[in-house]
Ligand binder design. Structure first.
Ligand code: ARG
Length: 269
């Protein structure tokens, strides 16, 4: 039976959520969003984390930053070290400062990356093998990988994403625990697929349909997997492996190309 570990998560309420640009293929600029519904769905995610014993910290949403709800993109931490962010899209750049201020007030030093780096959107620390899985292709620059890994005390493993629907690593892969992952091979180039197959022989391999249903934009505490209910096939497979799927529906946020993991920054103290 996989063992859970209590986590600390940072989230931002979607108070100013909107789809006002086309930063990824999920977004149709000007698509109306239902903010009260987004808030209700997001609240259910916070409740689910707390019901499983996790600590949730909140950052104040800022007007004019409609994507600030996607907390994962603004930093990446490991063993108390925090790397901030530098966004690819101009419109998202001011988010970095908001999160940097939050981390500083919470007692962390924050290193500002030199190259484009979208935090946990593209970076997945794996404490077990001492690896930093690092995505590139659409957002985070490959030059950011070595800098990020050095700051976090991990070895970088660059993984190239090839499908614009899966523009961030966290739409195509998530950590089940400190040493294993679930991922969709088709989202990666041949070299990335070979690396993942060699390093994670016991990985859960998801289908493109699972990934399109935001099933890989999940958060695992090592046992409970907070997962989109639309990804029913993947949830069933995880259950067969001894994990406990906890369905949380964020379909209002899916309109911006984000799901559970995008809304969740894990703080690894
Ligand atoms: N609209 C946002 C963007 O395109 C969504 C970010 C989703 N976050 C994530 N971790 N994948 O930048």
């Amino acid at each position: 039976m996989p063992e859970p570990r209590l986590r600390r998560y940072l989230l931002c309420p979607p108070e100013h959520f909107a789809v006002d640009h086309g930063h990824n293929p999920w977004m149709r600029p000007g698509d109306p969003v239902d903010v009260p519904r987004a808030l209700e769905q997001w609240r259910a995610l916070v409740d689910a984390y707390e019901a499983h014993g996790h600590r949730v910290d909140l950052i104040t949403a800022q007007p004019g930053l409609p994507d600030m709800v996607f907390a994962a993109n603004s930093a990446c931490s490991h063993a108390g070290a925090v790397l901030g962010s530098r966004f690819h899209h101009e419109a998202r750049r001011p988010e970095s400062r908001q999160y940097e201020l939050w981390f500083k007030a919470a007692g962390f030093d924050v290193l500002e990356p030199q190259a484009v780096c979208e935090g946990e959107g593209d970076l997945v620390p794996m404490a077990g093998p001492g690896l930093l899985l690092a995505g590139t292709g659409f957002r985070t620059a490959p030059e950011a990988h070595a800098e990020a890994a050095a700051h976090l005390g991990l070895e970088p493993l660059t993984l190239r994403l090839v499908d614009p629907r899966f523009y961030h690593l966290d739409t195509a892969l998530f950590a089940l625990d400190d040493a294993n992952v679930a991922y969709c091979p088709e989202a990666f180039d041949a070299a990335g697929r070979a690396e993942l197959a060699a390093r994670f022989p016991d990985a859960v391999r998801a289908t493109r349909e699972d990934a399109l249903a935001f099933g890989l934009n999940s958060v695992s505490d090592g046992r409970h997997v907070f997962i989109a209910p639309q990804a029913a096939r993947l949830a069933a497979e995880l259950a067969g492996r001894g994990y406990v799927p906890v369905p949380v529906d964020l379909d209002e946020l899916h309109k911006a190309g984000g799901g559970i993991k995008c809304c969740t920054q894990e703080i690894r103290g």
